[in-house]
Design a protein around this ligand. Structure first.
Ligand code: DOR
Length: 403
């Protein structure tokens, strides 16, 4: 690569390896970039604690190979893989099936979750002790754990193991067949809505259990203002709680919805006030990190409209450009805070050591999102066609180019 006139390496004491010598050494070696750029930015590899890589069990939606290549293209070098798989990693034996795939096919660091309950069925606890050395944390993501007694016991055991409980918060009794936000769009178009209470009630329940047990507790993909408020208060009360939200909740609200499956995920895109509360929470640190909830499905599955498509969108290749364009360039969030939420807080909270790795970005050129170009097998995104700044030209792990 011809060295650009301006190369900004976003160094930080928390990424001690990200030095000019390391970056220039890698970029001037044989696997360097082609093309001439006047200005490039170097970021430490991002960390997403919430991706669905679909293997084992659902390789028609995504594979460890395609999923991690997509993650690398998004600037990530570390991702945590959710356990709604087949078999569900609820024992060492089942977790090993996933770990074998990761060893063979992943192009980056993939840290798997163990499930909280056997088969994510919410009836009995998985082998948390057995899985603890190999699982990054425990989660039943994709399903809410309904039984408070089981959650209490899970928290007690996770606390003893020094592991995080990572909760998908959803009260099934409040869902009532809903599939998009219970708001104006649903009413106008005759859709069944999912109320915000189905998310914040279980968070409220778990915060009590967290206070009781002292367990380290992390809430997945929060989508509504009440969740932000509950977590803000819990932090003020000194509880060991963190949370994540995703780019679509920060950048879209129900007024953006269309009658297409690519606008459907769980939890749903909510109202304007919810979106604003999430942005405020991200700015003030109540929302600790951005995760993508990258949840690929086959094009056929996502072609069935809002009502009949499965929940989930492809998000790993677009997260940084969307947030950089929507929050940083607009002056809402400093770039350093975005990096904090995409690199440092996730690594720190999940106890993941920083490893050498970085991505190279052109932040000057306006491009548009084209899902046909995705490396992910999941092509459904509500952001298709949107104009963004931020093209990831290369990602390196150590000195190996992974994108
Ligand atoms: O939209 C979602 N998709 N939300 C979830 O909780 C699960 C995920 C999936 O696995 O497809």
């Amino acid at each position: 690569m011809a060295v650009p006139a301006k190369l900004t390496i976003h160094t930080d004491p928390r990424s001690p390896f990200l030095t000019e010598a390391y970056v220039m050494g890698v970029l001037s070696s044989g696997n360097a970039l082609s093309g001439a750029y006047s200005e490039l930015d170097i970021f430490p590899g991002f960390c997403d604690v919430h991706v669905h890589l679909r293997e084992p069990g659902f390789s028609y939606k995504e594979t460890i190979g395609s999923g991690t290549r997509a993650c690398a293209r998004g600037g990530y070098t570390t991702v945590c893989a959710m356990p709604n798989l087949n078999p569900v990693p609820d024992s060492v034996e089942h977790l090993n099936v996933e770990l074998d795939r990761i060893r063979c096919d992943a192009c980056m660091r993939v840290l798997p979750y163990g499930s909280i309950s056997v088969g994510e069925a919410g009836k009995e606890l998985a082998d948390l002790e057995g899985m603890a050395p190999y699982a990054v944390a425990f989660s039943d993501d994709g399903k809410g754990l309904q039984d408070p007694g089981l959650m209490l016991e899970a928290m007690r055991r996770a606390k003893a193991l020094g592991k995080l409980i990572v909760a998908h918060c959803e009260d099934n009794t409040l869902l009532k067949g809903g599939y998009i936000h219970d708001g104006e769009y649903a009413r106008l178009h005759g859709h069944a809505g999912i109320c915000a209470e189905s998310e914040w009630r279980p968070i409220q329940r778990d915060l009590h259990l967290c206070a009781k047990t002292g367990c380290a507790y992390h809430v997945c993909h929060i989508s509504c203002k009440e969740s932000v408020e509950l977590i803000r208060q819990a932090k003020a009360d000194g509880l060991d709680v963190t949370c994540e939200t995703a780019p679509h909740y920060l950048l879209l609200d129900e007024s953006c919805l269309k009658e297409e499956g690519r606008f459907k995920m769980n939890p749903p895109i909510r109202g304007k006030k919810d979106r604003e509360a999430l942005v405020e929470g991200l700015c003030d640190g109540t929302v600790d990190m951005v995760a993508t909830d990258h949840a690929p499905h086959s094009p056929e599955e996502k072609s069935r409209g809002l009502k009949d498509s499965p929940f989930g969108i492809s998000g790993i290749e677009t997260a940084f450009p969307l947030l950089y364009t929507g929050l940083v360039r607009t002056g809402i969030l400093p770039l350093s805070t975005l990096l904090d939420r995409m690199v440092y807080t996730p690594l720190e909270r999940f106890g993941i050591p920083a490893v050498p790795g970085f991505s190279v970005w052109d932040l000057q050129t306006l491009t548009h999102i084209d899902s046909k170009d995705f490396l992910s097998m999941g092509k459904a995104t509500p952001f298709d066609g949107q104009e963004v700044y931020g093209t990831c030209l290369a990602t390196y792990l150590g000195d190996q180019r992974i994108w």
